[in-house]
Every structure is written in C-alpha cells, then in structure tokens.
Design a protein around this ligand. Structure first.
Ligand SMILES: [Zn+2]
Length: 66
C-alpha cells in the first residue's frame, strides 16, 4: 500500500544532507530536524525545485487551477 507514497527530497544546507522523506511525513520531519538540530531555525526544507513542482500538483489536486 505504501508503494504509491511519493517521497520528496529534503535538503539541509547546514548539515549538507539530502534525505528522501515520504510526502505524508515530510512536514513533521522538517520541523523535527530544525527543532532538534537547528534550535527551531528553518534551515532544512523541501528541495525548492521539487517544492514548486509539488505546489503545482497540490494546487491541481485541490482544484485551485480550475
Ligand atoms: Zn540540518
């Protein structure tokens, strides 16, 4: 069932890491990482190129582009 769960890359410029996170968990994972490692600073984020793509897709999914 989890086969169609898309994964999105999260990049952290300070840790110099790039991690694939399932879409459902990505917001939590980013929050947790920034909380635990960066004292709450928003350092880690979804790869900006992907985020744009996702935003388009989510917008399409919820009908914003109709
Ligand atoms: Zn980090």
């Amino acid at each position: 069932m989890s086969d169609d769960q898309p994964e999105v890359p999260v990049v952290c410029t300070e840790c110099d890491t790039r991690t694939q996170i399932p879409l459902d968990d990505v917001a939590d994972a980013v929050d947790r990482h920034n909380d635990q490692i960066h004292d709450g600073e928003a350092v880690a984020e979804v790869d900006p190129a992907i985020r744009e793509h996702l935003a388009d897709r989510v917008a399409a999914d919820i009908g914003l582009l109709d």
